[in-house]
Design a protein around this ligand. Structure first.
Ligand code: 1HN
Length: 355
């Protein structure tokens, strides 16, 4: 194809005049923006970022001294992507934050169309309630608050509890589809014994007439770490290691085999001691929470390469189409989540494994 000849100076001026004169009619020329609208490959405005828990923890503690959970409604420090400051977003589509609840506190009942996950980072014994069932939070547990379900959190033990919140807030905002409501009582009344959801759906079987109590979201709302840790251990004992991922499992909705939430796919992976992973990239930007052990992540994108040396309770984000390489000298366990179900629903998910 012949390259078109460059416009003359006169043509450039006439074009500028054309654009200016059409602007009051809210018209603008596509050809000036086409390259940016249809990039050759994803060009995320997000950057890789890392939060060291030892640096974050004192700020959570100070927030705990200055505002109650009740006044704050949710006492959360948002993990903001450095390139998206002020947008309450860790990637273009996902929100993440660290929430603190102190002994005797209640985070009052409400519901919203946004789906949430909780990944427990520090402390144990606080509870979260979803539509009348409470579950006790323990480190490493992955807990779901399905879209439009009533939820409140409380701490009736004597230690602070901190968890990672992951929500689809930017997606719902993009779609202008957000609704929210406050509960009439501070804490909703408990109508199901603790463990009911897991008892009914957590054993590779489902009640014969068990319809999906949460629609497209998994009927299990606490995936205990005890179980996911054992699953990783079994995988390590019985299967060959993956040179990119180590041993990596995705959490599933047992009724569908698909993602446990319509907008978010969570994962848990183990890197054994001495793991030196190969590089890969995917279109779904991912947020990581380090569960156990230490390691490092090399993340490369248009802005260059960064290296995060992580240990337990640290967090980091790998934006879309950034290359990730994981290493661990002594072994570690990582939790992560991304917006992969949306990419898959649209048929546009891509992953590239680089040898
Ligand atoms: C929310 O409802 C929770 O229920 C946490 O714990 C974080 C961030 C934005 C909007 C709603 C919660 C949230 C949130």
């Amino acid at each position: 194809m012949n390259a078109p000849s460059s416009p003359t100076e006169h043509q450039v001026l006439q074009r500028q005049q054309l654009y200016q004169e059409m602007s009051p009619l809210n018209l603008t020329p596509l050809w000036e923006v086409l390259h940016a609208l249809v990039p050759v490959q994803p060009k995320s405005p997000c950057v890789p970022a890392y939060w060291n828990y030892d640096q974050v923890r004192p700020f959570l503690q100070r927030a705990g001294e200055l505002i109650s959970a009740e006044e704050a409604v949710r006492r959360v420090l948002i993990l903001e992507n450095p390139a998206l400051r002020g947008k309450s977003a860790i990637t273009q589509s996902l929100y993440a934050g660290l929430q603190l609840i102190l002994p005797t506190e209640v985070a009052p009942s409400h519901r919203h169309t946004q789906s949430a996950l909780r990944f427990i980072v520090e402390g144990q014994g606080a509870y979260t309630a979803v539509d009348g069932e409470r579950t006790t939070m323990r480190p490493g547990d992955f807990i779901i608050t399905p879209s439009w379900t009533w939820h409140d959190h409380g701490n009736e033990v004597n230690e602070p509890v901190v968890w990672l919140d992951g929500l689809d807030i930017p997606m719902i905002s993009f779609l202008d589809a957000g609704f929210a409501e406050n509960g009439s009582a501070k804490s909703q009344s408990v109508t199901q014994p603790e463990g009911s959801s897991f008892a009914s759906y957590g054993h590779n079987m489902a009640p014969v007439r068990g319809d999906a109590p949460f629609g497209q979201t998994s009927p299990i709302f606490n995936y205990p770490y005890e179980k996911s840790r054992e699953a990783l251990h079994q995988m390590e004992q019985h299967t060959a290691i993956d040179p990119w991922d180590g041993f990596k499992l995705r959490f599933i909705n047992p009724l569908s085999g698909g993602a446990p939430m319509p907008t978010i796919q969570p994962f848990m992976q183990r890197l054994p001691a001495g793991f030196d992973g190969k590089a890969w990239r995917q279109t779904d930007g991912a947020v990581y929470s380090v569960v156990e052990g230490k390691g490092s992540a090399h993340v490369s994108g248009p802005e260059g390469m960064v290296r995060f040396d992580f240990s337990a309770r640290d967090h980091f984000v790998v934006p879309s189409w950034h290359t990730l390489q994981l290493q661990s000298a002594t072994g570690c366990v990582l939790f992560s989540f991304s917006d992969r179900p949306v990419h898959q629903a649209l048929g546009i998910h891509r992953e590239e494994r680089i040898s």
